[in-house]
Design a binder for this molecule. Structure first.
Ligand SMILES: [Zn+2]
Length: 568
């Protein structure tokens, strides 16, 4: 018997022992479940910067909570809505349906943004996405300013909490990003997100007919304006940073007026990029914190024995990661400031509700790659992929000639999916799966392509059972997925955001994109580190079990026994 087996036996014995009092003495439930998602917080980053953190933020979670050291997303397309919906539902994207930030609507032939819903316009006139200034290319695909969770096919933990308590719990989701708030609030909660256009937190008519008074009041104080004329500067002495001598790097994105080096000025409040710059800095998270505090106060969250739910999704880490890379001085300062933001949130929740009555869970929607330029500095060869190079190869032209397709064979390419021209394929009497296989065969030869998988191969089980294809299968929804899924080589990705070249882009099935933290804390959760590999689909069923709710309808994750056992 080896140590691993001994350890497993010990765990099993421990569980049997711990399981005894489960039904004998049900514990009081937490008054508040606080689910925190840090957009693009790769699993190693809190550990890497641990020695730089202050009191009460990450240190509180890491020293007093149950820390899962080896947590990953199991799906291939590690994007924001995909990860959030997975955290919320405990299901894979193949089940919850959010297979990408954007997919092609086969009926209209147009790209669809994940949470858009023309039936439910946002409540503020003119506060929708400004396509001229929006730097998030997925947001620009939305055809309407309406928003709702309707495209999420299954229930979230927050829904199950609502259902288990006859609608008496209060359920909210807050984020700078609409998709970060809407996904977590589920079908039964309320969501608020930041409008870069109007510098307010907004919502849609799916949730409210008019703003609650406190939201209007909060917006009226114009909290974003206090950053006017200010700059994002370093929190500490430059010498205290790992990347203190690496501020100016050619691979960082130079946003107009914001620059590549500290201090980064926000400029004037009436500048059209002012609010964008706030979100590409810790200010976006500070505004989110401020709004979340107002929400806790005004909605009386956690004030009685009926458990309430609040999801706060912090987006700055993602924007800063894209623009400067996760190993930049900017990202380093951002995580130190995020640590302060978390500490302030926990201090506030402790004063209002009590951390002993609040169950906190923190994770991330995805990780992120290093900037190829940064890797190259360290001797690791890496580069970006130019999608236009694909068009230049003769392979697709030859295929078109072979199949007699005169028009475009590839209707749309929105990474990671290629959408073939199905109408043309069927008009020519060709077999869809045969054409898919032929395209896969050609594309697999392209420089930088690790894997191309056709949807007909996934649907008919014609794929090899490898870790990569399993992750692609877990991302496959026959109604929304494209016809061919592309995986690029590690550390190679498209960095073109519709004309804006960014430092990094996540979205791959490689570990730097799937690896995220999972930490439970508060409500008597013991200090513990768990090295057993776990997945992000495990979070929602764990919360359901702890709260006495049924598992979300599509969830396939396993409850995290280390958290369950300690709560009985
Ligand atoms: Zn991102």
């Amino acid at each position: 018997m080896n140590f691993r087996m001994l350890g497993m036996l010990g765990m099993v014995a421990g569980l049997v022992f711990m399981a005894v009092p489960v039904f004998a003495q049900p514990r009081e439930k937490p008054r508040l479940i606080l689910q925190i998602t840090v957009d693009q917080l790769r699993g190693d980053l809190p550990k890497r910067h641990y020695h730089q953190f202050g009191e009460g933020g990450f240190r509180y979670l890491m020293e007093e909570g149950t820390v899962f050291l080896e947590a990953n997303h199991g799906h291939a397309n590690t994007e924001t809505i995909v990860g959030h919906a997975t955290l919320a539902t405990g299901a894979d994207p193949s089940v919850h349906g959010m297979i990408g930030n954007v997919w092609l609507d086969r009926t209209s032939g147009e790209l669809t943004y994940n949470v858009e819903d023309a039936r439910y316009p946002i409540l503020s006139e003119g506060a929708g996405v400004d396509k001229k200034t929006e730097i998030d290319p997925t947001q620009r695909t939305a055809r309407s300013n309406g928003r709702s969770p309707a495209a999420i096919r299954v229930s979230t933990f927050s829904d199950e909490l609502t259902l288990s308590l006859g609608g008496k719990s209060k359920v909210f989701g807050v984020s700078v990003k609409d998709r970060g708030a809407i996904s977590m609030a589920g079908h039964t909660g309320k969501a608020f997100w930041f409008s870069k256009k109007s510098a307010e937190f907004i919502t849609s008519s799916f949730y409210y007919d008019q703003y609650p008074q406190w939201v209007s009041d909060w917006n009226r104080t114009e909290p974003a304006k206090k950053y006017e004329g200010k700059s994002w500067d370093l929190l500490r002495d430059r010498a205290d940073y790992m990347h203190g001598d690496a501020d100016d790097r050619p691979y960082e994105t130079e946003l107009p007026g914001f620059g590549r080096i500290f201090p980064h000025p926000f400029g004037k409040a009436d500048d059209k990029y002012f609010t964008t710059l706030l979100t590409v800095s810790p200010a976006g998270d500070e505004l989110t914190l401020d709004f979340a505090k107002a929400l806790i106060e005004n909605e009386d969250l956690g004030s009685d024995a009926t458990p309430d739910y609040l999801s706060v999704s912090f987006s700055s880490t993602d924007y800063v990661g894209h623009i400067f890379g996760p190993s930049s001085l900017e990202a380093e300062d951002n995580i130190l400031r995020l640590d302060r933001t978390l500490a302030e949130l926990f201090r506030y929740v402790d004063a209002k509700v009590g951390l002993d009555k609040t169950l906190i869970v923190l994770s991330a929607d995805h990780g992120g790659p290093e900037a190829p330029g940064y890797l190259s500095e360290l001797g690791y060869e890496a580069d970006y992929i130019d999608p236009k190079a694909f068009d230049k190869t003769s392979a697709i032209a030859e295929l078109k000639a072979r199949f007699g397709i005169g028009q475009e064979l590839i209707q749309t390419y929105f990474h990671p999916y290629l959408y073939l021209n199905r109408e043309e394929i069927s008009a020519k009497g060709l077999d869809q799966s045969e054409v898919e296989d032929a395209v896969v065969h050609e594309i697999s030869k392209f420089e930088g392509v690790t894997l191309a998988v056709s949807s007909s191969a996934l649907a008919s089980g014609r794929t090899p059972d490898t870790a990569l294809t399993r992750s692609v299968l877990r991302n496959y929804d026959p109604r929304r997925s494209g016809d061919i899924y592309l995986v690029f080589d590690p550390n190679r990705f498209i960095n073109d955001f519709d004309g804006l070249s960014v430092a990094t882009t996540h979205g791959s099935p490689w570990r730097y994109d799937t690896y995220v933290p999972i930490i439970f804390a508060g409500f008597g959760t013991p200090a513990r580190q768990v090295a057993r590999p776990v997945e992000t689909i495990d979070i929602a069923p764990t919360l359901s079990l702890l709260l006495g709710a049924k598992p979300p309808s599509g969830s396939t994750g396993a409850p995290l026994v280390e958290v369950i056992a300690s709560q009985q």
